[in-house]
Design a protein around this ligand. Structure first.
Ligand code: GLN
Length: 459
């Protein structure tokens, strides 16, 4: 039963929302101690909400588009009455005082929020090893990192602790853990989903999006959370029908007429065993009707320096409000190494005498990358390739910062260019999941969903 079918069975009373919640609570109680995907839970509230929904259905009252589905929310997105710590000691005592726009919309649609997912501290990481609340294990490849920074979200979905998780993606944080944990993850066009209520990592790159075990779950979440928000000035007036795009992906030869590009510059930085799986995925897209073409990307070497420079500066600025006066501890005094590195680097780069030297250059380089990506996409509908160039390392293995950053080389491109991008499960190397990344032009989010649906359906 996929998530849409489950929703329909709740609405038609074949299953109750309460059963759905209780099933997940059982799994959480069994597995969360080891996996550490949830760092705050409110089981009683979830059961009460489920009972309310079941009552409405039994009384023939109308219910919302997510009625009875169970959500996990990343610890950097405000949810009233939960601890919203961004997995940092700095904010361990901060209780969400309001609902972020995405959360408000999920609640209005009768989605049930069961808890808060673990993550890399302040979303600054690719492994989920830097949380103040401890590391997260990968349910699909136990003993390995789940990826990051939304690693708790991906792990919760993969371990069947919730239907859908809402994460954030600044340089790959939805797609990277989705790839490593073998689930679907979607980063919408920049501005597609309101960031109101998100604790910024790097605000010009941050985007909220969903993760789920199937495409129907991704589409249900997007149909609820995508759209204009008058309280957030970067949101776009997008009016997209994701459920319809899922159906279109189930037609005969659904990708006929679509041009799908592959790029050897992405392959060159990727492990062979991952490339082999991607090649099989591309052949599958071709069999679904897509025309496969090749494109070049000149700036692969510029992506990580550009991304991290912008990230350091914007993160440094975002952290100035954590000065200890409101929440108890000054961030620099209690944060982990990676967060401290970014604050120090961001502070250094931000000093007036250096601004023209580094930050301005990074912005120029970002424009170059964005123009090149737009040029690549001009004559094609989609670009496909690996999501992450390496397999997830074993928990406990120590990586140098640059080795950690190297995980992000293929995902930061979409954030720098503001384009939509998804990761879908494409296969595995000795049981370790590998994700295929699909990218499209800004506002072409539906083309990605259609291809995801086609790919899923062809299995
Ligand atoms: N791994 C990248 C970083 O450390 C991306 C993080 C994210 O998308 N939040 O910045």
């Amino acid at each position: 039963m996929n998530i849409l079918e489950k929703l329909n069975s709740i609405k038609s009373q074949e299953m109750t929302a309460k059963e759905n919640v209780e099933n997940y609570i059982k799994v959480i109680e069994e597995k969360n101690e080891k996996i550490n995907a949830f760092i705050d839970l409110n089981k009683e509230q979830a059961i009460t909400k489920a009972e309310e929904i079941d009552n409405k259905i039994a009384n023939g009252e109308e219910v919302g588009a997510l009625a009875g589905l169970v959500f996990g929310i990343k610890a950097n997105i405000n949810v009233e009455d939960f601890t919203i710590s961004a997995a940092s000691k700095t904010l361990e005592d901060y209780i969400g005082s309001y609902d972020a726009t995405v959360v408000k919309r999920i609640k209005e649609a009768d989605g049930i929020i069961i808890g808060i997912n673990n993550m890399d501290e302040f979303a600054a990481g690719s492994s989920c090893e830097t949380s103040y609340y401890g590391k997260v294990d990968n349910p699909a490849a136990p003993g390995r990192i789940p990826g990051g920074s939304s690693g708790g979200s991906a792990a919760a979905v993969a371990a069947e602790m919730c239907d859908i998780a809402i994460g954030s993606d600044t340089g790959g944080s939805i797609r990277n853990p989705s790839s490593h944990c073998g689930v679907y993850g979607f980063k919408p066009t920049y501005g597609g989903v309101s960031r109101q209520g998100l604790l910024d990592l790097s605000m010009s790159l941050d985007q909220i999006g969903p993760m789920a075990r199937d495409v129907s779950g991704i589409a249900l979440a997007l149909d609820t959370i995508v759209g204009y928000d008058p309280t957030e000035c970067t949101t776009l007036r997008l009016d997209l029908d994701f459920a319809k795009a899922v159906e279109e992906g189930k037609a005969d030869k659904p990708l006929a007429g679509m041009k799908v590009a592959i790029c050897s510059d992405f392959k060159d930085v990727t492990d062979d065993n991952i490339n082999n799986i991607i090649d099989v995925g591309v052949a599958k897209l071709e069999a679904l009707g897509a025309e496969i073409v090749e494109v070049d990307f000149k700036y692969i070497d510029l992506c990580l320096p550009t991304y991290y420079l912008i990230n350091y500066v914007e993160f440094f600025s975002a952290t100035r409000k954590y000065d200890g006066r409101k929440y108890g501890s000054r961030i620099e005094e209690v944060c982990g190494d990676e967060v401290l590195r970014r604050i120090k680097m961001g502070s250094y780069i931000s000093q007036q005498e250096f601004s023209g030297k580094y930050y301005k250059k990074a912005l120029q380089s970002r424009t170059l990358i964005r123009n090149e990506v737009n040029a690549m996409l001009e004559d094609v509908d989609l670009i496909v390739g690996p999501t992450v160039p390496k397999l997830p390392h074993k928990l406990g293995e120590e990586l140098e910062p640059m080795e950690m950053y190297a995980y992000d080389v293929l995902t930061v491109i979409a954030n720098l260019a503001g384009i939509p991008a998804a990761s879908i499960p494409a296969g595995d190397v000795d049981g370790i999941p590998v994700g295929l990344q699909i990218q499209a032009k800004p506002e072409d989010d539906l083309k990605i969903i259609k291809a995801m649906s086609a790919f899923e359906n062809a299995e």
